[in-house]
Design a protein around this ligand. Structure first.
Ligand code: ACO
Length: 173
């Protein structure tokens, strides 16, 4: 397998890969939006026949407060089952992360992951050095109210009600 930048003609295969691997799915329009707006941030893994076996769909965060440094966000990453544990996701993450820093001067990368997703959590935390955004450290020392408010805002309640972690990796050396 090899890793390369995503091209327009990959979008359908990326969507197909996403549908096979994850319950969080997106419209073709949303893939297109990523491709047109941040062409350098999304990558695919292809096998020797050119089939897409993994992808990372990434963007720059658009809700950054004025004056705050720009940061990247991983919308979605997945690898087809029979290609897992070969280091593909790690390579996809590293490529995208490098481009976020070099093209957009991103100061950190953020993403959301379901609490029960052990494989992804291990990839982010143990392999790549992400940390779970620590609510206590940042907010609880000020007041319980802030802590609760922050927890409410950062928790994603999916359709099935599972919580997710908001994770972060600094890109400042
Ligand atoms: N169990 C424990 N640790 C794991 C696992 C696992 N099943 N898979 C990966 N890891 C960790 C290991 O530390 C691994 O290093 P090692 O193999 O040397 O031990 C490291 O992550 C790197 O693994 P990769 O081989 O690069 O990961 P892979 O290519 O298999 O892809 C992924 C990991 C993307 C999580 C894959 O399992 C997958 O597609 N899962 C379904 C989709 C998914 O959950 N995507 C993430 C959702 S969150 C989001 O998109 C922002």
């Amino acid at each position: 397998t090899s890793i390369r930048q995503m091209r327009m003609e990959d979008l359908q295969a990326m969507q197909a890969c996403n549908l096979q691997n994850l319950p969080e799915n997106y419209t073709m329009r949303y893939y297109l939006y990523h491709a047109l707006t941040w062409p350098g941030l999304s990558y695919v893994a292809e096998d020797h026949k050119g089939r897409i076996v993994g992808y990372i769909l990434a963007k720059m965060d658009e809700e950054t407060a004025e004056g705050a440094p720009p940061h990247g966000h991983v919308t979605s990453i997945s690898v087809l089952r029979s290609y897992r544990r070969l280091g593909i996701a790690k390579k996809l993450m590293l490529q995208s992360r490098t481009s976020m820093a070099s093209i957009y001067r991103a100061s950190y990368v953020s993403l959301h992951v379901r609490k029960s997703n052990r494989a992804a959590l291990s990839l982010y935390r143990d392999t790549l050095g992400f940390s779970v955004e620590d609510i206590e450290k940042k907010y609880c020392k000020f007041s319980l109210f802030c802590c609760r408010l922050h927890a409410m805002l950062t928790r994603i309640l999916d359709a099935d009600g599972e919580d997710a972690y908001a994770m972060k990796l600094s890109l400042q050396s």
